[in-house]
Design a protein around this ligand. Sequence first.
Ligand code: NAP
Length: 326
Amino acid sequence: MTADARNESKVVVITGASAGIGRAAARRFGAQGASVALLARGRAGLDAAVADVCAAGGRALAIPVDVAEYTAVDAAATRIEEDLGPIDVWVNSAFTSVFAPFCEIDPLEYRRVTEVTYLGSVHGTRAALARMRPRDRGAIVQVGSALGERSIPLQSAYCGAKHAVNGFVEAVRVELLHDHSNVHITIVQAPAVNTPQFSWVLSRLPRRPQPVPPIYQPEVVARAIAFAAEYPRHKQYWVGASTVGTVLAQRLAPALLDRYLARTGFESQQTEATAQRRASNLWTPLDEADGRDYGAHGEFDDRAHPRSPQSWLTRRMRSLGGFGRA
Ligand SMILES: NC(=O)c1ccc[n+]([C@@H]2O[C@H](COP(=O)([O-])OP(=O)(O)OC[C@H]3O[C@@H](n4cnc5c(N)ncnc54)[C@H](OP(=O)(O)O)[C@@H]3O)[C@@H](O)[C@H]2O)c1
C-alpha cells in the first residue's frame, strides 16, 4: 500500500495551516483523501486553506485559534472529534519569531515567541495525547528545524524555542516507549524554506530578511510530514542535504561553526534590499488587516528547490524497509 493510500480517510489536525509549510501539508493530506482540521488565527488564510484542501480532494474544517492558549487548542480538538471523528494525526507547524539581535528583542516579545513556538507545540501535543492515549493509536508530527540543532545569530528566541521542542519531544517519545504505547511522536527537521514568514515575522534587521540558502519549496517538507505521519516510529527526519550537513557539522565541530556563523550569519539572513517599515504577525494575524491570503509560498520562488534528492532517498529506504510504520 502506498503512503498516500494509508493517509486516506484519516483525520489530520494541522496547526499553522493557513500559510507556509502547514498550508502545503494541508494540501498534501487533502490530496490523499484525509479530513483535515486547519488551525491558525487569520480568517483569510484559513478560508483559502479550506478551499485548497477541498479542491485537492479532502474534507476540511477551519478553526481560528491562538496556539499559545491551551484551553482554546483543547476546545478545538474537542470540536474536531465531534465534527470529523477521532484524530489520527496531529501536526504542529504554527510558529512565530523576531529577527533581531538578542538585545533588541523586548522581554515580552521574547516571551510571545516562546509561548507560540515552544508552548504552542506542547499544547498541541497535550491535546493530541489526551485523545490518542486512551485509544492507544495515533501519530504526532512536530515540524522542527535545523536551527533546533544548530543556533544562528539574529534568531535567538526562535532557536531557543526550537531547541526546547527537541528536548520536549525526546522526553515524551521515551515516555511513550516506556509505556509500550502505539501512539508515536516524531520530528521533521526542515531546512530553509520559501514561506511567508520572511514577509510577516517581526524584523528589526536593516535589510529584508531571507532564508539562509539553499532554499527549498514548502512542498518538499510537506511530503516529509505526510510520510512521517505514516512512519512515526522513526525518531527524526532530516529534510535536505543542508540539514544533514548542518546537524553533522554541529556534532563534529560546534566551536568552529560558531566562528563561521559569526562571520557569515548576519549577511546570509538578509537580501541586498533595504528593509521597509512593515506590520508583523507576532501578536495578531496579518491577514486580518487587508484580508489577503499569504498562501504557502514566500517571495523566493525563483531561488527555491522543488525537490530534495536526500529526502526522497530517506523516504524510499524507509518505506522499502517497512521499518517504523504506524
Ligand atoms: N520557513 C523556514 O525556513 C523553516 C525552516 C525550518 C523550519 N520551519 C518550521 O516550519 C514551521 C512553519 O514555518 P513557516 O515558515 O511555514 O511559517 P509561516 O509561513 O510564518 O506560517 C506560520 C503559520 O503559523 C500560524 N501562526 C502564527 N502564529 C500563530 C498563533 N499564535 N496561533 C496559531 N497559529 C499561528 C500562521 O497563521 P496566522 O498568522 O494566521 O495565525 C501560519 O499559518 C515552523 O514550525 C517553523 O519552525 C520553517
